[in-house]
Each structure stands twice: as C-alpha cells, then as structure tokens.
Design a protein around this ligand. Structure first.
Ligand code: PLP
Length: 376
C-alpha cells in the first residue's frame, strides 16, 4: 500500500495562481470578444531582449557541431555564468561570494520550495502575510508549523520580529505582493534575530532589479552577518523576460549552518550541493548562455529598458489609484501595487468585480486557514 503524504490534504485551495487562471479562462470562454488586462500573476509582457535571443541562437547552433556540442550541463551551473554573477551582483557591492556558493537553477519558485528538502519536517517557520503562495504551500506540504507575520496598514507594512522562536524565516524584498521594500535597519533586526536564535533566513530577491531607491539593498549579504544565516534566491524571470525560458540562481554561503538532532553543526552548502546533484540535472547550455548575455553591456541596457517600462506602468497605476482615493503600497522598488479593497468588499469579491465588470485581473489575498478555520 502506498501511503501518501497526508500534509497535501491540508492544502485547502488549488495553488492561488491556478485558481486565478481557471477563473480567467472561464471568463474568456464565456466572453470571447472581451480584451482582458492581466495584472494577476507577475508574468512579463515584453519579449526577451534581442542581445539575449541572439546569444541563445548562437548557442543552439553550437549544439549542431560535434566540436562544440554540449551534453549534460554541470549540475550547479557553468562557470562562465557564475563568474558574471559574482562580478556584477556581488563584487560590485563589496560582497565576497565564491563560485561554489552559487547554484544555477531553473528559477526561484522551484528552489524556494525545494530548499525545504534539506530541513527536517516539523520546523517552525515564519512567513510574512500576505504571502507569495509558494512559501506557504510548500511548508504545509512538509508538515511545518507556520507562524504568520502580518504586513498591514497597522504596522506600515513592516513585518515585526516574532515573539516566539522560529527556525526558518521567509523574507521577500522587494515584496510580492505588497511591493514594499525594507531598509537596512529593519533587515539588520532579522539577521540579528536569526544569528541569536540559530534560525535560517530564506531571502527571495526575485525583484531586486526593480529597486530605484539608493538605500535599499540588492542582496541580503549587504547586511552585516547575513552570510552566516541567509540563503538568497534570484531570478532572471522578471529582469530579462525569462518566465518561459526558466533560469535563476541560489546562493548558499559556506558559513550557513544547520543542526542535527544531537546539535552538531552541518554546513548547508554541502547539503544543498548533495540535494542538487541527486535531484537536479542542471540548466540547459542555451539558457545559461542567454543568462550570461543579460550581463553584457547591451544586455544591461536592454533589460533596464524593460524594467523601466514595468516601473512606468506601476507609476501610472499607482498615481491613478491614489487619485481615486485607494490606500496603496508598492510601485517604488517593485512593479507591484497592493491596494485596500473598497469598504465592504473582500479581496475575492473585488477580484470578481474587476474581472467581470472591468476585464482586469488582479491578485486577491491568499486565503489562510488553520484547522478548518479561516484566519486571514
Ligand atoms: N519569487 C517571487 C517572490 C515571485 O513573485 C516569483 C514569481 O512571480 C518567483 C519567485 C518565481 O520566480 P521564477 O520565475 O524564477 O521561478
């Protein structure tokens, strides 16, 4: 008899974005002539910059030739890409990251979920709320205890350190969905807490390229002590239009330590390397060549242009919503705008209103349940 992981039965809804896609498809089928403006899942709308597709085409041609053909890629990524990442994303900011601490991935979604493989089931995990649903659902699947850290008008959308001890903390800044970013002083509090409590911070920096303000960090390792406790996730999806191509990277510094049942220290870089070499076979050569081209002079210009386009859209939406009197956050260091629904409407009712009456797709708040009771 094949026993299942019962934790899956605790997942109340479909994955949030699948539910949204289903509702949008239903609407489309019933209203084939109506044009829909999609602002739900954060997909890109601009094509991949030409300098990147040119590089990928050249890479594809190399695969036709016996002299330049490539088979399995290195499971942790090609050095040519890791070198560019180190130079542009870390050295430039005086952060010292070694090649062996970088793991090229097929995106931040998979790795922020998969990272739980190296932790025991049953850890206590802090997740900010509202939340990018992957953090919550993957922890439910693992049977972990979740502590929700509110981000709301009441605390100016600044998450507060939990009173209880937590083992793992998910931080995503610039934040999806609120668009809020945290300053150095606030992030330092989380790093200090993690060092003091032997906790690990899962830091999702998927929107780092959208930062416009000077004092907002592009990497958690800009914060003192972060290399001891933080694992960082980055993505080429939004920066370079790679949502379909799939590429990102995960940084697990050698100093980051977890504990065995008997309190022995274990290097998490080693565990993640072991996990990846067993369960992952690397990212295709063509994709990594494309990611490398993101760091070329022309790649930087073209990707910046795309990022600016999304930020200009965010600015327009933000200003118009403000004029209409909506309470909003975001749109400064992230392409997302989070708004307070009009009085008397839940976020799902407002979602339905926007879709059915205005043909605009937004993202309602993920419903959070505890023992059959809805808590958010
Ligand atoms: N992390 C956050 C916070 C996101 O919002 C998204 C996508 O919307 C991802 C990760 C997914 O990134 P990727 O496309 O690299 O898997």
């Amino acid at each position: 008899m094949a026993n299942i992981n019962d934790n899956f039965l605790k997942l109340q809804d479909n994955y949030l974005f699948s539910t949204i896609a289903k509702k949008v498809n239903e609407f489309k089928n019933n209203n084939p002539d109506k044009k829909i403006i999609k602002m739900g899942i954060g997909d890109v709308t601009l094509p991949i910059p030409k300098v990147i597709t040119d590089a990928m085409q050249k890479a594809a041609q190399e695969l036709e030739d016996i002299n330049t053909f490539k088979g399995y890629p290195p499971e942790y990524g090609y050095s040519f890409l890791k070198e560019k990442i180190i130079e542009n994303d870390y050295k430039k900011r005086n952060i010292n990251i070694d090649e062996s601490e970088i793991f090229i991935s097929d995106g931040a979604k998979s790795d922020t979920g998969n990272i739980l493989d190296i932790f025991k089931c049953g850890n206590t995990v802090a997740i900010t709320n509202p939340v990018y649903p992957v953090y919550m659902d993957t922890n439910i699947m693992m049977g972990n205890k979740i502590v929700y850290i509110p981000m709301s008008k009441e605390n100016n959308f600044i998450p507060q350190i939990p009173k209880e001890k937590v083992d793992i903390i998910y931080l995503c800044f610039p934040n999806n969905p609120t668009g809020v970013s945290l300053g150095k002083r606030e992030l330092q509090k989380w790093i200090d807490y993690a060092i003091e409590n032997n906790s690990i911070i899962i830091y999702d920096a998927a929107y780092e390229a959208f930062i416009t303000e000077e004092d907002i960090v592009h990497s958690i390792y800009e914060i003192d002590g972060a290399k001891k406790v933080a694992i960082e996730f980055k993505s080429f999806s939004k920066t370079a239009g790679f949502t379909g191509i799939r590429c990102g990277y995960t940084v697990v510094p050698k100093e980051v330590i977890g504990f065995t049942k008997t309190n022995e220290k274990v290097n998490l870089n080693k565990l993640w390397a072991r996990r990846q070499s067993t369960k992952f076979n690397g990212v295709s050569y063509i994709t990594q060549i494309g990611a490398e081209a993101v760091y070329s002079d022309e790649g930087k210009i073209q990707t910046k242009k795309n990022v600016n386009f999304y930020m200009e859209n965010a600015k327009i939406i933000k200003n118009e919503l403000k004029k209409l009197g909506f309470g909003i956050t975001g749109g400064v260091n992230a392409p997302y705008i989070w708004l307070k629904t009009p009085d008397g409407l839940t976020s799902w009712e407002f979602f339905e209103y926007l879709l059915n009456e205005k043909q605009i797709v937004g993202t309602p708040r993920k419903r959070i349940w505890n023992r059959g009771r809805r808590i958010f």
